[in-house]
Design a protein around this ligand. Structure first.
Ligand code: ADP
Length: 880
């Protein structure tokens, strides 16, 4: 899987949709909540404002009237005095003019003029001479003053005859009970006292008779609500009743009340001024609701736009993330697959190299050792990359199993001690003797953690020592209490190396962070080790920390919770280790098992050759198969004592082959040992749980393989050198015993002659091939086993690959042509047909470079060359 699969992408999109849905619901709920609280807030705001405005309005109106009245009283007293003193008309006239002008100078309060009827004569402060028909005694100000009998009267708004503007008159009957003094205030100044109206709030001033003295809607001014005259201008039928109800409501309930008017609810606030006027403010709650609706719609719209914006940005980001994830996954998958390929190849090389090391001497052996070291370095690098890509592609799982603590620690120690001794470093291992001997956890991860920390310490230490100490705490990782079934495994690796600068301590656990702090010291590294170690520790529920002094050394501390399976203490580690090392170093006594039969299944042919090479001296009968299908076929016809089965194979996987093998009666009880690449090997337990007898890590080490064979082969099949020579002797003896069934009569001389003729050695028999094949390289390939070489020759002559090459050629199918030609390059080289291998190599190159003409010209010639060699081999084989 190179890219994030469709299913995964779909899943991510589903998640995105779910998140957006939640956000949407959140938006809706929030908007509704906000709209609702806004409506409540608006309502309460308008109610407060209504009451407040109303009080203000009433205050201002009262202020205006009080001011007018007090002014009026002063002038009225002056006129009364003049009446008493029987002042002349011109004196009175002069007073009217002076007082009027004086007040007019203070423009702001709406004063118009003083006027009145004194001793039957009309006076006007503005010197206005009444027009014809003007009858002062019939004017509202005169009549209301008379009615008020010496009290101040305030008239309803009426049109001033002089200015033709709406005015309110303040008037009073004077002490002679005939004269009336009045002053006019412009009605518009009354209106100015009122706070302005808007779509939601309106106002009016009515008197005790229901007469509308002022109204925010001017057209309604002068109407009488109680005499069934509409205060509103529309023509609805129930208008009169509603108006009357409104007036009564204002007069009876005062202050504030809810009022339903023409199907709508209004909030009414009223205040009484001067005991005669009602100043009223009306809040239209419906209009308030309309405004709320509009506000809500606007909020929802903005929220939706915002949501849409977030959704689009989110989709864009998600798409980008998926793309980045895909690329990164593709990279990791590519790294993983490339690393696996490299791993397989290097394992093969190391396997063959091991055989070279075994058989070579002198400088060749030294070269081989160098190859071994370089190869192992390459393997550990590739394994690191594989682990990182495993983590990145989410395939790094915890595979817990039971493990023996002593084995894990001693093997980890053993693996690193050659490197430490190569640098003359002292490598110590100290282990708490009370540590339980058997734990449950991810053994492979524990090994990796120890190995990474130890190898770093060895790498970064030039003189001194590297110290691994292992201990434990009996503390539950969950509760922190002392328990028996858990331990907190403590691994501490301390060195006297170059140390880490304080400012680098935070970075060393970052991937690819190869801190170049030791300038001048050539430390090669990938920067993967510690990040991987930290990841492994944390995935296993543990913690890692570091203390270091630059130039003095570093200490890495790891604690990982592990389950206790056997509380028996591990005991004196050093003593046990010495004993085990002594045993291990004992050379494995050579054994032979000519009657044992094993099957090796591996898709990499080179691995099969390594097996054959190692086993050559044991005389074990070895069959090989390159895939599961071939293996099953062989297993159906022969019984094997052991089957070695590669875990990762094309065509049929190791585990599938294993299951099918177990269904074949002949091999139902055969030991099946799984071959696993070290880097991808999972915990030992998981293979054993799957039913395999054991597992063997690749590259194959001779001693490991031989030990395993000795362990699992039936004891009666294992022979020592002594047994073997005895059995050879017995065979010879048996050969001389005449068979029970008499053979057809033969010439006794011939037999004697045959016995006496010296049998040519197998090498001599093969020498005739030496004329056209390179026997040395070919035999080397076969671990110098002539028998294997003969088999290889036989296989070469009967190979169906050549037929495939011919068909591909006829169909101009160059891909397949190249594939089969490549196989012939190897097999020709393996039998020593070097010139033929070169020819196939040239054909392959032509395929790669698309020089099809070369193929057309040379194909037949190479085929003939092949046929020629095959014929010679067949003739040769027939004579052996
Ligand atoms: P590398 O492949 O570079 O060793 P690591 O991830 O293992 O990568 O380590 C990261 C860095 O941490 C190293 O480059 C080195 O500078 C520092 N480091 C790790 N272990 C030690 C140690 N024991 N002593 C000194 N420096 C160390």
């Amino acid at each position: 899987m190179l890219l994030t699969s469709k299913g995964e992408k779909k899943k991510i999109w589903w998640w995105y949709a779910a998140v957006m849905a939640v956000v949407f619901i959140g938006f809706v709920v929030l908007t509704a909540y906000m709209a609702n609280s806004k409506s409540t807030a608006l309502r309460s705001l308008y109610r407060q404002m209504g009451m407040y405005d109303n009080q203000n309005d009433a205050g201002a109106v009262n202020g205006l009237l009080t001011h007018a009245q007090s002014l009026f009283e002063v002038t009225a007293r002056m006129v009364d005095d003049m009446l008493l003193n029987e002042a002349s008309s011109s004196e009175i006239d002069s007073l009217f003019v002076t007082e009027t002008n004086y007040q007019l100078q203070k423009k702001e309060w709406g004063f118009s003029n003083f006027f009145g009827v004194i001793r039957g004569e009309y006076f006007n402060g503005r010197k206005w001479a009444p027009v014809a028909g003007y009858a002062p005694l019939r004017r509202p100000w005169f009549q209301e003053a008379i009615k008020a009998r010496g009290n101040i009267a305030i008239s309803v708004p009426h049109i001033n005859s002089r200015s033709n503007e709406s005015v309110i008159s303040v008037s009073k009957r004077l002490s002679d009970k005939k004269s009336v003094l009045a002053l006019d205030i412009y009605s518009k100044y009354l209106r100015n006292c009122m706070r302005s109206a808007d779509a939601i709030s309106s106002w009016m001033i009515i008197d005790k008779n229901g007469l509308v003295i002022a109204h925010s809607d001017v057209t309604k001014q002068g109407h009488n609500l109680l005499s069934s005259r509409p205060w509103a201008t529309d023509n609805e039928e129930n208008l009169d009743n509603d108006d009357e109800r409104l007036a009564r409501e204002v007069m009876l309930n005062g202050k504030s009340s809810d009022f339903e008017y023409k199907g709508k609810v209004y909030k009414i606030y009223s205040s009484i001024v001067q005991g005669k006027w009602y100043v009223v403010r009306i809040i239209d709650e419906n209009a308030l609701l309309d405004q709320w609706k509009w506000d809500t719609a606007r909020s929802i719209f903005i929220a939706l736009m915002l949501y849409l914006f977030i959704a689009i940005i989110g989709a864009f980001v998600t798409k980008k993330l998926i793309k980045t994830a895909s690329v990164s996954r593709a990279k990791s998958a590519f790294l993983a697959s490339t690393s696996t390929e490299i791993n397989t190849a290097v394992n093969g090389i190391l396997g063959l190299n091991a055989i070279i090391m075994k058989e070579a001497y002198g400088s060749i052996k030294d070269y081989a050792k160098n190859i071994q070291m370089a190869g192992q370095g390459l393997l550990s690098l590739v394994n690191g990359i594989m682990d990182v890509s495993k983590i990145e592609t989410g395939r790094m799982n915890i595979e817990p199993s039971e493990y023996d603590v002593f084995t894990v620690l001693s093997e980890s120690f053993d693996a690193l001690s050659p490197r430490a001794s190569a640098k003359n470093l002292h490598l110590f291992l100290e282990c708490d003797p009370d540590l339980p001997c058997s734990l449950w956890g991810d053994e492979r991860h524990i090994r990796q953690i120890i190995s990474n920390l130890l190898s770093n310490s060895i790498k970064y230490t030039e003189v001194g020592e590297v110290h691994l100490s292992v201990g434990y705490d009996s503390i539950s990782p969950k509760t922190g209490e002392m328990v028996d079934d858990y331990v907190m495994l403590k691994i501490v690796v301390r060195d006297t190396g170059i140390g880490i600068r304080e400012d680098n301590l935070d970075n060393i656990f970052n991937a690819f962070e190869n801190i170049d702090q030791h300038s001048g010291q050539n430390q090669e590294g990938t920067g993967l080790g510690l990040s991987l170690t930290k990841e492994l520790v944390e995935r296993n529920g543990g913690q890692i920390s570091v203390k270091s002094r630059y130039g003095e050394g570093s200490t890495f501390m790891v604690s990982i919770p592990q389950l206790v399976l056997n509380v028996e203490p591990i005991g004196d580690f050093t003593a046990r280790y010495k004993k085990a090392a002594h045993k291990k170093n004992e050379p494995l006594e050579m054994f032979y098992a000519p009657d044992a039969r094993i099957l090796i299944v591996d898709d990499v042919e080179i691995n099969l050759k390594v097996f054959r090479g190692i086993l050559k001296n044991t005389r074990i009968q070895v069959d090989t198969a390159v895939n599961g299908v071939q293996a099953l076929k062989l297993a159906q016809s022969k019984r094997y004592d052991i089957i070695f089965l590669d875990f990762m194979m094309p065509v049929m996987s190791g585990i599938e082959t294993f299951r099918k093998l177990k269904l074949i009666d002949l091999n139902r009880n055969t030991h099946v040992i799984v071959l696993v690449t070290e880097a991808i090997s999972e915990a030992r337990g998981s293979y054993l749980n799957a039913g395999f007898t054991d597992y063997l890590g690749k590259p194959i080490h001779e001693q490991d393989l031989l030990r395993m064979l000795k362990w699992y082969l039936p004891k009666q099949l294992i022979l020592t050198a002594e047994d073997l020579s005895q059995s050879d002797f017995d065979e010879d003896e048996n050969a001389s015993i005449p068979p029970a069934t008499p053979e057809p009569a033969s010439d006794p001389f011939e037999e004697i002659e045959f016995v006496n003729v010296t049998e040519p050695s197998p090498r001599e028999k093969l020498s005739l091939f030496g004329e056209f094949l390179n026997l040395d390289t070919a035999l080397e390939f076969c671990g110098n086993d002539e028998k294997i070489y003969q088999e290889l020759l036989q296989e070469f002559t009967t190979s169906d690959v050549i037929q495939n090459i011919k068909s591909a050629f006829e169909m101009s199918d160059w891909d397949n042509y190249r594939f089969y030609v490549s196989r012939m390059i190897e097999s020709s080289a393996a039998v020593g047909a070097e010139a033929l291998s070169q020819e196939f190599q040239s054909l392959k190159k032509a395929c790669i470079n698309r020089r099809h003409n070369y193929i057309l010209e040379n194909h037949e010639r190479v085929m003939e060359l092949y046929a020629n060699i095959v014929q010679k081999i067949q003739t040769g084989l027939a004579t052996i």
